[in-house]
Design a protein around this ligand. Structure first.
Ligand code: SF4
Length: 356
């Protein structure tokens, strides 16, 4: 398989360089240079993707692990990523993949058809583009997504949403569900700790919510002392409720010291519980905690009557209170999201697989 492929998102500059137009970073490249993401590079007159069809590995995961709580709960998802990332988060929890020099981690080769067929064979309801940001392997991701759609397999993106409007439209038109990171509600945080900006991420969130059929959930990793103040959490939740709607699920997840941010402690569970309380008070109806043992903070209750809709213990579903149409069995209030007539049966397993 050809693993270096031409891309469409670039333009020539007057000084002889070529600008990559995939993401707001706008890398300006001379022949042979790679962008910050490391996997897109100038070759001749254009920009190429160097990791088409190459993956860091495949795993069958519970959909709850993405995390997606309102998209086909209990189902299994064939998950994969490649290498590289277009942000440079000092706290990256997947840095071995996102910051990898491609050849170190891209052990598996698999074309779009092979991946879609494997998902079908393994009984996966969807394929997830995850582990590193799929924005940087756009051409590969959209081809895999099309192959999945042809077979009736769902498509799931886990991304930071740092992408320009044209590729964004092409990408999300092919995604059934997405979990988008909102790493902070402070542009200074994005600049200092991610080498990015907040505004393009907010634009992506609004675009996905208003102009696509993609089911949207959001994750914010809370880092002690950096983005966990009650004021910031309150402002973030108010924005999500006002601009994206009160039914948008928001996940607050625990940080563990990693990569270039090892001088901060892990997030205390109490911080997540308090963030959840604040966001619920701002009007959001579905707010969850993640990466901690907190069955109450990870279960879905009916906001109308308080009945348990989906009870979770980590990645295991322990009770189900929805009818076949995704409504509360107690009061018939619809639960927003994508629900199968019955809960999935994949369970909490994580199973490495080969796409053959
Ligand atoms: S996708 Fe990569 S090469 Fe293109 S602008 Fe973003 S970081 Fe630079």
């Amino acid at each position: 398989m050809q693993t270096t492929v031409p891309t469409r998102f670039w333009h020539a500059l007057e000084d002889g360089r070529v600008q990559c137009d995939l993401c707001p970073r706008a890398c300006r490249l001379r022949d042979g240079q790679r962008g910050l993401c490391f996997v897109r590079a100038r070759q001749g007159d254009g920009v190429v993707l160097t990791t088409y069809g190459r993956s860091s590995g495949f795993c069958m995961d519970p959909i709850e692990k993405k995390p997606l709580f309102h998209y086909r709960p209990g189902s299994g998802v064939l998950s994969f990523g490649t290498a590289g990332c277009n942000l440079a988060c000092r706290f990256c929890q997947n840095w071995d993949i996102s910051k990898a020099v491609a050849d170190d981690v891209l052990a598996e080769e698999a074309g779009p058809e092979e991946i879609a067929a494997s998902a079908e064979r393994l009984g996966a309801q969807s394929v997830a583009f995850t582990y590193n940001d799929p924005v940087v392997f756009h051409e590969y991701a959209v081809d895999v997504a099309r192959a999945c759609r042809d077979r009736g397999i769902g498509t799931v993106a886990v991304t930071a949403g740092y992408v320009n409007p044209e590729p964004r439209a092409e990408f999300f038109a092919l995604m059934d569900a997405a979990n988008i990171d909102l790493k902070s509600f402070d542009d200074g945080f994005y600049r200092r700790y991610c080498a990015g900006r907040l505004a393009p991420v907010l634009e992506t969130l609004e675009y996905v919510r208003r102009h696509t059929a993609t089911w949207l959930e959001i994750t914010t990793l809370l880092i002690p002392g950096l983005n966990d103040s009650p004021q910031e959490i309150s402002a973030l939740a108010e924005w999500v409720a006002g601009r994206l709607g009160e039914d948008t699920p928001l996940h607050f997840s625990a940080f563990h010291p990693a990569f270039r941010l090892t001088d901060r402690p892990a997030t205390p569970p109490g911080t997540l519980t308090e963030a959840r309380r604040i966001a619920l008070a701002e009007g959001l109806r579905y707010v969850y905690t993640g990466n901690v043992d907190d069955p109450d903070g990870q279960s879905t209750r009916c906001p109308h009557c308080g009945a348990m809709l989906v009870e979770r213990d980590w990645y295991r579903l322990t009770a189900w209170g929805l009818d076949e149409g995704g409504r509360c069995r107690a009061c018939a209030t619809p639960c927003p999201g994508v629900f199968d007539p019955a809960p999935g049966t994949w369970g909490p397993r994580r199973l490495p697989v080969r796409p053959r």
